[in-house]
Design a protein around this ligand. Structure first.
Ligand code: ZN
Length: 276
């Protein structure tokens, strides 16, 4: 599915690249049913886990934030993925008109969709990453690093990659912001326009229970302590500013506010119109 938000002079689409169903056990030892309250459940009591990405346009410039998993083999059993390109087509947006793709980090569920059938999905776009991200994944061991190198190769080969090494405005009011911890060069993306502020969090948080418990790290956090500190800071900032928070692994569309309820900082899902 795809959802639409107005962000000042920009239109932002939340695009679901895929999802899978999983048991709640083994995710975080301290998580209770209450902590899973935002997730849809199936008849077996499993919860739906999502992979979201984003398209931002003002009619003149078109930017993607993350690209989803794409059609890579592997992933959890029963996973549906690789829906992003057809979702962009369904919006009537020519993929060759996308001029920039900002990737929050190099985990395969965020960069895998940059290619399909061996071809770059956004061939005219600059593909933006933090330099610390590639410094890490180009050298690291393990499956995540191998997948990152595999997916990055055609982008680097075609000279489509721009590395940034500080907070960077990619188009007026849209900035990639350092938020390290989940990975060494993780970015969030801030959209400020006409007095509105929206933050695309990437994997700064993978689950709504981390709003209440920022230091509950998941195994996917590269540096759990740093990730927890960054989450806490980002959520405090969101609470104080009242900005809208977007999270691609929260239950879709993953759009909400960070508020204080009964003295506790919590996630408050918002209601957003779906377009398909
Ligand atoms: Zn992720």
């Amino acid at each position: 599915m795809t959802w639409k938000l107005d962000c000042g002079s920009y239109t932002l689409f939340v695009i679901e690249d895929g999802y899978y169903w999983r048991d709640t056990t083994g995710y975080h030892d301290d998580a209770t049913d209450h902590d899973w309250r935002f997730h849809p459940r199936n008849d077996s009591g499993q919860v739906r886990m999502n992979f979201g990405c984003y398209l931002i346009t003002n009619g003149d410039r078109t930017v993607m934030i993350d690209a989803g998993i794409g059609d890579r083999p592997g992933g959890p059993p029963g996973m549906t993925a690789g829906l992003m390109p057809s979702a962009v087509d369904a919006l009537g947006i020519d993929r060759t008109s996308v001029d920039t793709v900002v990737y929050t980090h190099m985990h395969y569920d965020h960069i895998g969709g940059s290619q399909r059938d061996g071809r770059v999905v956004f061939p005219n776009a600059r593909h933006v990453f933090h330099s610390k991200e590639w410094e890490h994944w180009s050298e690291a061991d393990g499956d995540l690093a191998r997948a990152a190198r595999d997916i990055m190769a055609p982008l680097l080969e075609a000279d489509l990659v721009d590395f940034i090494d500080q907070d960077t405005e990619v188009l007026p009011g849209v900035s990639a912001i350092e938020a390290f911890g989940h990975t060494p060069g993780h970015l969030c993306v801030s959209v400020m326009s006409d007095g509105t502020r929206t933050l695309i969090g990437g994997d700064v948080s993978n689950h709504p229970f981390q709003v209440e418990n920022p230091h509950w790290s998941l195994p996917v956090d590269n540096d759990p302590v740093h990730a927890g500190r960054t989450r806490d800071r980002v959520f405090d900032d969101l609470r104080q500013s009242g900005a809208t928070f977007l999270a691609g692994h929260y239950p879709m569309p993953g759009v909400g506010k960070i508020v204080i309820d009964d003295g506790v900082r919590v996630y408050q899902p918002g209601s957003v119109a779906s377009v398909s």
